[in-house]
Design a protein around this ligand. Structure first.
Ligand code: NAP
Length: 358
């Protein structure tokens, strides 16, 4: 059986390792992609340092960008040679941090002209998370195609994106703006405020400011909150002072009780209500993007195949800035990206690296 190299987590806070895994021939509607670029995300750190949802040795990565090199017999849209990008995560054959990824064609979008794979790979995980969290957890309708002159229900209600400069937060602001939300509030370091306003935020706040909660309360009544950070102290406890009865709050899981660093391991929590004094009548949810295929049949087949590449092509969303991680081999690049995540080195940008050495 043919095999290829993949980057795997092998134990808590251990160095990553290369393992050989089977190269899977595409069946039915699957394609095999030569993975050229990927992104490292906080989930890689949660998995390597916290053991979240992993059983080592496990191949990491969910952002795939590369070239289709083989197609299954039922493939209708993609062909050999196409450049594609997508959120592919469900089992080993789909993982991104390996030389080849085999996945159904509806998990992949065609790279629009004028964009690089490194730019495009900043989208998939974040883009899917925003659509899933806004529709499934905050009950916002995001019709596609968007009707002409569309005005959403509650267009002028305050929507707070906590962590607007995060990779997810940047897409959340841009997508809400596109659908017609006018009162977007966001928190980020000051150096990102101008960019986030250009994306569509009306109010920007520095989350490190001691008065940030009062400033938000004084600016606008907030009905919807997307917490793109999920930090127990850094976001959730503050949001609990802002959210009032009848508002909806969606928090990206896991709740981070303690971050991983060079010395200690992380502490995570999956219950978004634990230890937080939420006012009665607030609908608080933890976001689980990994369930998006089960939640919405239309998004299953169209979110990544059609909506994501179209929104990129039409510049409705801009890719995240990329911090390109260099290194001689795939393993060196993957490990360096993990080290940067541990040092909290990504601010307003995505860690992106070349996968295959071939
Ligand atoms: N459950 C799910 O379905 C799901 C899906 C996607 C992501 N997530 C989780 O969501 C979290 C964020 O992911 P990501 O990829 O978007 O992260 P990221 O891009 O790596 O986040 C980095 C950003 O976080 C900002 N930040 C840090 N602490 C903050 C705070 N207390 N308040 C406001 N902003 C703060 C920093 O802002 P400044 O640079 O402005 O200081 C930085 O730009 C991760 O824990 C990830 O695992 C969960």
């Amino acid at each position: 059986m043919a095999t290829h190299a993949a980057v795997a987590t092998v134990g808590l806070k251990q160095h990553l390792a290369i393992i050989q895994v089977p190269t899977i021939k595409p069946q039915a509607d699957e394609v095999r992609v030569h993975v050229e670029w990927t992104a490292s995300t906080p989930l890689d750190l949660h998995q390597n340092d916290g053991g979240l949802l992993v059983k080592p040795p496990q191949v990491l990565g969910d952002g795939t960008a590369g070239t289709v090199i083989e197609v299954g017999p039922g493939v209708k849209r993609l062909k050999v040679g196409d450049k594609v990008f997508g959120f592919t995560w469900r089992e080993q054959k789909e993982k991104a941090h390996q030389e080849f990824c085999t996945a159904p064609e509806w998990l992949l979008g065609l790279l629009p002209k004028g964009f690089t794979l490194a730019e495009a790979v900043t989208l998939p995980n974040n883009f899917v998370t925003v659509f899933h969290a806004l529709t499934a957890d905050l009950n916002i309708e995001l019709p596609w195609p968007k009707p002409v002159n569309y005005i959403p229900r509650g267009a002028d209600e305050g929507v707070l994106i906590w962590g607007g400069s995060s990779s997810v937060g940047q897409f959340a602001i841009q997508i809400l703006k596109y659908y017609g939300y006018t009162k977007i509030l966001t928190t980020a370091s000051k150096r990102h405020h101008e960019k986030l306003r250009s994306f569509g935020a009306e109010f920007t706040f520095d989350y490190r400011d001691l008065h940030v909660v009062d400033d938000i309360l004084n600016a606008e009544r907030v009905s919807l909150v997307l917490d793109c950070i999920g930090s127990f102290q850094g976001s959730i406890k503050k949001i609990a002072r802002i959210a009032k009865s009848e508002s909806r709050v969606a928090i990206l899981l896991p709740v981070i009780v303690r971050d991983s660093n060079e010395d200690v391991g992380p502490i995570y929590e999956m219950d978004v209500k634990k230890g937080v004094d939420w006012e009665n009548g607030i609908d608080v949810r933890g976001v689980r993007t990994h369930s998006y295929l089960d939640h919405n049949e239309f998004f299953k087949y169209h979110l990544q195949a059609d909506i994501m590449p179209t929104m990129l092509k039409e510049r409705i969303v801009e890719p995240n800035n990329q911090k390109i991680i260099e290194g001689k081999t795939m393993l060196v690049r993957a490990q360096e990206a993990m080290n940067v995540l541990r040092r909290k080195g990504a601010s307003g940008e995505r860690l992106v690296w070349r996968v295959s050495d071939m």
